[in-house]
Write a protein that binds this ligand. Structure first.
Ligand SMILES: [Zn+2]
Length: 340
């Protein structure tokens, strides 16, 4: 596969965090508006924002978000961050993207939850008008927070269900807060008919992935630890659960350390549906083009494989069947015309 063509071909992304994906230059603009001082040189700033080479686990990786979050506490900042992310998606021909964020992380200066969600949705819509990239937001509850605080986010997702919020997710510290901690909340999600994706198996055990499915998740963020519990493979295959794999991030968080342990091929061979994502463009210093190129280098995937992975993403997207059909058709036509 040629990088230029991979970049140009239409792609779909379902797992991308807003706060981990702001361009350093945009963050500088946001910080200047609020008189927040950042490292002077772009190189230093980029280093502060990106996961370190010797990053040793998920919690270490998550610490990289502190500086960004300090800056994302106003409506203007959130709107600009969302617009910036859509501009990046447009650069590599992403046709549809689901952007996730945790509203509770943006209340440090007193913003209300509805204002936070509205600001992000405004930025996403502006991005759509300017660049033609369709998007939806996913709201994340943070696992370490009080259950009552997370429940508020579910209600928020329900309130904004028809105005740009497509689903709910739980993110953050998975080791100390496994899926069943949130059984009641996830029942509420199901009763409210809010589509559910859950971070699971990003560290720790494969059982978390199965538990996430039992608790109603239609998609799994990362799911890597599932590789050690093949007994659960039929569950994911039969439920047609989509695993949102994020190759670069999965190595940075040390979910795997050796290429031979990365379960991409293993999942596909087991008939489990997989799609490819960046997780965090800035923290992981990557793009969706980079992620597909990595899979090409590691496994020799072809344009046909890449097309299939993108169709998988469409099938698992939290959008209507009509919208899915439009995206499927677009992929089919473009890959046929440009790769044959
Ligand atoms: Zn994630």
């Amino acid at each position: 596969m040629k990088r230029a063509l991979v970049k140009k071909l239409p792609k779909i992304e379902l797992h991308c965090h807003l706060d981990g994906s702001i361009r350093p230059e945009t963050l500088r603009k946001i910080a200047e508006q609020q008189a927040i001082s950042l490292p002077a040189s772009t190189a230093e700033l980029t280093e502060c924002l990106a996961a370190p080479k010797d990053c040793h686990d998920l919690n270490d990786y998550l610490q990289r978000f502190d500086l960004v979050l300090t800056c994302l506490q106003t409506e203007e900042a959130l709107q600009l961050a969302a617009f910036d992310l859509i501009s990046q998606a447009a650069e590599e021909n992403i046709q549809y993207i689901e952007v996730r964020f945790a509203p509770s992380l943006h209340t440090q200066k007193g913003l209300s939850l509805p204002k936070i969600v509205t600001a992000v949705l405004t930025g996403l819509n502006q991005g759509q008008e300017t660049f033609g990239v369709k998007s939806n937001a996913l709201l994340c509850g943070m696992r370490h927070e009080e259950l009552s605080a997370i429940e508020k986010i579910v209600h928020l997702a329900k309130e904004y269900k028809h105005s740009g919020v497509a689903g709910f997710d739980l993110a953050g510290n998975e080791i100390d807060f496994p899926p069943y901690t949130f059984e009641e909340i996830l029942t509420l999600v199901e009763q409210s008919a809010i589509p559910l994706t859950l971070h699971a198996g990003e560290c720790g055990c494969g059982k978390n992935v199965a538990d996430a499915v039992y608790l109603g998740a239609k998609r799994i963020g990362h799911g890597i630890a599932l590789k050690d519990t093949p007994d659960y493979f039929p569950l994911l295959r039969d439920q047609q659960t989509l695993i949102e794999m994020c190759p670069t991030s999965n190595f940075q968080t040390r979910t795997v350390t050796r290429l031979e342990d990365y379960p991409f091929q293993q999942f596909l061979d087991a008939g489990i549906k997989v799609c490819i994502n960046t997780d965090n463009r800035t923290v992981s210093t990557t793009t969706l083009t980079d992620e597909f190129m990595k899979l090409h280098e590691w496994y020799g995937i072809t344009y046909q494989d890449m097309e299939l992975l993108n169709h998988n993403a469409v099938t698992g997207a939290f959008i209507s069947e009509e919208e899915k059909q439009v995206l499927h058709d677009r992929l089919t036509t473009a890959y046929f015309e440009q790769t044959n």
